[in-house]
Design a protein around this ligand. Structure first.
Ligand SMILES: *[C@@H]1O[C@H](CO)[C@@H](O)[C@H](O)[C@H]1NC(C)=O
Ligand SMILES: *[C@@H]1O[C@H](CO)[C@@H](O)[C@H](O)[C@H]1NC(C)=O
Ligand SMILES: *[C@@H]1O[C@H](CO)[C@@H](O)[C@H](O)[C@H]1NC(C)=O
Ligand SMILES: *[C@@H]1O[C@H](CO)[C@@H](O)[C@H](O)[C@H]1NC(C)=O
Length: 456
């Protein structure tokens, strides 16, 4: 691959909080938060025949009444474009403040988005060192998911919904399998019918891919809150109250600060990948060719079973979807166990529900994770409510362990009586987390660098 990729500056870029730049390793440069103005009346009325196609499926919810997905009321409460265009809910900022106070959020500045290179950290900070541990540099924080269990093809797709999603969803439905969709918040607003097809018809697993698809390590703590929080809120309000458990950083760009905010404020587990088809680059200048993508998929699927495969794939174009559909028969032929990434190892798919079809424990976004681990009760409540083996956990997904605390002392967000009781705000969690190693107390060393990155 060429060292420098062309920028893909779509019209939408102006609305995004950062522009794509080129990365020498595992380049993943694509802007594709789909930005479309909604016509004044763009949804079908209840008696329209098409409404029947996207009827509310019979999935359990948390008992709360939410605005119908696709309605003006449903889309009204979210940032129209950049996440700093509207105030953050106090619950999230309080939870961040509590996590910082508890020493759980590493205190180092955001990276700067430098065209032609990976994000660069100021003050000579080593992106591969213990403090930063940048996933872009392939530094593996042990709490993150990179691999699947041996023999498992852990399937996931980024960037949906898009206009190419229905073909993928139809294919998955025909083949009677589900996957994990790391969805872009703004794209859910743009393609509500496809969102419903994924969640209600296919009953696939819904996860977070941020609101506008930025390089997350270039953002301030507050912008990270917005990118994750609004996407979680929209998924929560569109799935009968389910709280997402997994997120994947766009471009795989995460570090110890970003992952700590995801974990401590929102209870999210960070997911990267161990193979990149570069499917996203087909059709871009200097990008991969479709035959090269097909050849890579074939090589990995016919290759070693250890570790299991976590392949980066996208709902982004006819080619990204087509490459998967073409390779799909090979997966079973070669003896892989095909599983949605979020369900591998039998863990829960959501923080407060075992799956898209099982019971939901009421919970709020951004309060459960940083609440004090009075967890015995909330965990068991969650377990019994879902009526499932909610406490089964995997080594790769510590958040799924509902015993309340992981070995690192992070509370495992299990859905939450605490959240429902509203105890979370201002509560300082215990301080023996790994993050405290880095903490020096004060937040937000946010600099002009970030502002510059945002304006790119
Ligand atoms: C989410 O749903 C709740 C319950 O209906 C509602 O109060 C809240 O305003 C919704 N949030 C957004 C951002 O629409
Ligand atoms: C989409 O991809 C398929 C092969 O995967 C191809 O047959 C078809 O022509 C493509 N359609 C468009 C519009 O490019
Ligand atoms: C969950 O974590 C706790 C504390 O680390 C541990 O004692 C327990 O065995 C774990 N449970 C499962 C099912 O992994
Ligand atoms: C968290 O705890 C697990 C299990 O003890 C350990 O393997 C891992 O390295 C810890 N993670 C961090 C970030 O300290």
């Amino acid at each position: 691959m060429p060292a420098v990729r062309s920028f893909l500056l779509l019209a939408a870029t102006a609305l995004l909080s950062s522009a794509a730049s080129a990365h020498p390793h595992d380049s993943h440069d694509h802007d594709h938060a789909v930005t479309r103005a909604l016509p004044s009346r763009w949804y079908h009325p209840e008696d329209h025949p098409a409404t029947g196609l996207f009827r509310r499926a019979d999935v359990p919810n948390d008992g709360v009444t939410y605005a119908a997905v696709g309605s003006p009321e449903w889309s009204a409460g979210y940032p129209p474009d950049k996440v700093d265009s509207q105030p953050l809910p106090e619950a999230w900022t309080d939870a961040l403040a509590a996590a910082i106070k508890a020493g759980k959020i590493p205190d180092f500045p955001p990276s700067q988005n430098v065209p032609g290179s990976n994000p660069v950290y100021p003050n000579g900070l080593d992106p591969n060192g213990d403090v930063v541990c940048s996933a872009t540099e392939k530094c593996r924080n042990p709490g993150d998911i990179w691999d699947a269990p041996d023999g498992v093809f852990a399937s996931s797709f980024d960037d949906g919904p898009t206009e190419f999603s229905p073909a993928l969803y139809d294919f998955l439905q025909t083949n009677n399998v589900i996957t994990t969709h790391f969805m872009i918040g703004k794209n859910i607003l743009s393609w509500p019918a496809s969102f419903l097809q994924a969640f209600e018809d296919l009953k696939s697993d819904i996860a977070v891919h941020t609101w506008t698809h930025p390089y997350m390590t270039t953002l301030t703590n507050e912008e990270v809150l917005g990118e994750l929080g609004w996407t979680m809120q929209l998924i929560h309000n569109s799935t009968g109250g389910r709280i997402p458990k997994y997120w994947r950083p766009p471009y795989g760009d995460s570090d110890n600060r970003v992952r700590a905010i995801a974990k401590e404020v929102f209870g999210l587990t960070t997911v990267i990948w161990n193979q990149d088809t570069e499917d996203w680059s087909v059709g871009t200048p200097g990008g991969a060719t479709r035959p090269a993508v097909d050849a890579n998929l074939q090589k990995w699927i016919t290759g070693p079973k250890s570790p299991g495969l976590v392949i980066l794939e996208h709902e982004l174009s006819n080619d990204t979807v087509g490459a998967f559909m073409q390779a799909f028969p090979l997966i079973q032929q070669n003896g892989w166990k095909f599983e949605s990434l979020a369900t591998m190892d039998g863990g829960d798919v959501y923080q407060n529900a075992a799956s898209s079809t099982e019971d939901v424990t009421p919970g709020l976004i951004g309060v459960a994770a940083s609440a004090p681990a009075s967890s015995g009760s909330s965990a068991s409540q969650s377990g019994s409510a879902t009526g499932s083996s909610a406490s089964t956990s995997s080594t790769s997904a510590p958040a799924g362990n509902n015993s309340g605390k992981s070995a690192n002392g992070t509370s495992s967000a299990s859905g939450s009586s605490t959240a429902a009781n509203g105890q979370a705000t201002g509560a300082a969690a215990d301080t023996n987390g790994a993050a405290s190693l880095f903490a020096s107390g004060l937040v937000v060393g946010v600099s002009a660098l970030v502002a510059a990155a945002i304006l790119l």
